[in-house]
Design a binder for this molecule. Structure first.
Ligand code: SAM
Ligand code: SF4
Length: 474
């Protein structure tokens, strides 16, 4: 049961727009970041309580360097205390860049006549997935423009195709989606293909700004997009991801917009978003946007820490849009998933030309072009535990971030052992050079943190992995 009937005694808010810009600005403008108040709010989050819009605004408004440092420190502490050092890895796979929309910030916009349009054929999808599997990927997010070619049936077809590709020990165990909003029936069709998360980013929660950036196509309709994940819920997809594209409007407004969206989903469906994404605008072909709302590195780092504190039980996704040094720092503030070995050009995983990005073929410029192997090596060097775990999703344990957060012992019972097992597979099948030793050392270190019984059965499974068994999990 994803919503309780008593919630409906207050007016039913499902499928209704829930953003009131005036309300959000009032909250921002009427909240003072007094020192003690900031500390109280951080303490509340560290006490594992969710923050209100007003409390989040207190953090958003804090500008003194020492207070901002305390916010970051708080987020770091919360991550350490609650989630530990695991980082889940994934890669995006662009399936098609045809698009009938005209989003000013995107290289795929319909008005970009120089864009080289392509939809991967089934064979090309298979080749791409094989190449991703050869690198060690286990989790993908499939990305599509908005176009009649990318119907729910087609998206479902590509999801099933990806799950079917097995090369050597390679297989994709979780396929997430980032595609246009669908109607309820469309979401049902895609949901039935066995997806993990369905992501739709609102881009900007401010209705007028939204209109200004979205010049044509179905995406012009702010409310259709805003209520899209309600329709996903109605269609039985309770694993949804929200996001805002930072740089389109005031970042403080977007943070509160994300929070309002979270509140809405929780109130209506008893389940918040599984993940929150916070992409920042990157260069795209003939991008000519006003820099007024450009989100600086400092504001970006601060807003990630605030999101961690405000919604402590939601996964936070950080992508290769960000440069390695920014990624390195922001990881400490509670990010749970990052991509590695990312390529945006359609077909480029299997046909690697090692060339500069050609922006007419790609949506935007990435700032972290390192391979998955390099990203994993750095994570291990910095004492993180890379994970390819897909266990909860496959065991039907939905809402895993919530469980990690709220069920005592959940992480030690499931998440850490599964991270260790998937890392063991990665080391046996794909790691090279020093990464091998670094990986086994990390595994030993993390096994020591587990109860004896769990550590024992994890060790037993590691031995089976070394002997060639795969896909062992708790
Ligand atoms: N076409 C679908 C849609 O618009 O919902 C799929 C999403 S698009 C391929 C993935 C996301 O990339 C968008 O939702 C947007 O937030 C982000 N994006 C678009 N242009 C970008 C740019 N120039 N820099 C960074 N991110 C961008
Ligand atoms: Fe199309 Fe999505 Fe790009 Fe907008 S962001 S132009 S909808 S691919």
């Amino acid at each position: 049961m994803r919503f309780s009937p008593e919630k409906l005694s207050i007016p039913d808010q499902r499928m209704k727009p829930f953003i009131d810009p005036e309300e959000i600005w009032n909250i921002i403008n009427n909240t003072k970041p007094e020192r003690l108040r900031v500390r109280d709010v951080i303490a509340k989050s560290l006490d594992k309580q969710r923050l209100t819009m007003e409390e989040t605004a207190v953090l958003v408004n804090a500008v003194d360097t020492d207070l901002v440092d305390e916010i970051k420190q708080g987020a770091h502490e919360l991550k350490q205390r609650v989630y530990g050092n695991r980082i889940v890895l994934f890669a995006p796979l662009y399936v098609g860049n045809r698009c009938t929309n005209n989003c000013k910030y995107c290289g795929f916009r319909t008005s970009n006549e120089d864009a080289i349009r392509k939809t991967l054929s089934d064979n090309e999808i298979i080749q791409e997935v094989e190449a991703l599997e050869d690198n060690g990927q286990k989790r993908l997010i499939l990305v599509y423009g908005e176009h009649p070619d990318y119907s729910p049936e087609y998206i479902a077809h590509t999801v099933k195709l990806v799950y079917g590709v097995k090369k050597g020990h390679g297989e994709i165990r979780r396929v997430n989606i980032n595609a246009a909003p669908l109607d309820i029936e469309g979401f049902r069709i895609v949901g039935e293909s066995g997806i993990g998360t369905y992501q739709v980013f609102q881009e900007t929660y401010h209705p007028e700004a939204y209109k200004w950036y979205h010049l044509g196509g179905k995406k012009r309709d702010y409310e259709w997009r805003l209520t899209s994940l309600d329709r996903a819920q109605e269609a039985g997809i309770d694993d949804v991801g929200i996001g805002a594209l930072f740089g389109l409007y005031d970042w403080r407004f977007e943070v509160l917009g994300l929070l309002r969206h979270t509140n809405h989903l929780e109130a209506c469906y008893n389940v918040g978003p599984h993940t929150i994404s916070f992409p920042r605008i990157k260069d795209a072909v003939s991008l000519n946007l006003d820099k007024k709302y450009e989100t600086s590195n400092d504001d970006f780092k601060k807003l990630v820490a605030i999101l961690r504190l405000a919604v402590p039980y939601t996964g936070l996704i950080l992508t290769a849009r960000e440069a390695p040094d920014v990624r390195r720092e922001v990881l400490q503030y509670g990010v749970s998933q990052i991509d590695g070995g990312t390529k945006l050009e359609l077909g480029s995983y299997s046909d690697s030309k090692n060339e500069e990005q050609n922006l007419n073929r790609e949506q935007f410029k990435i700032s972290d072009a390192r391979s998955l192997a390099e990203v994993i090596d750095e994570l291990l060097t910095n004492d993180y535990l890379p994970s390819f775990c897909t266990s909860c999703y496959r065991m039907g344990r939905t809402g895993e971030h919530f469980m990690e957060f709220s069920v005592p012992g959940f992480i030690k019972r499931f998440c850490t052992p599964n991270a260790i097992l998937t890392l063991s597979e990665y080391i046996c099948d794909y790691a090279q050079g020093e990464t091998v030793d670094k990986g086994w050392n990390a595994i030993e270190k993390n096994l020591k943190k587990l109860d004896n019984e769990v550590a024992g059965s994890t060790r037993e499974k590691i031995e089976r992995i070394k002997l060639g068994e795969r896909d062992l999990y708790f």
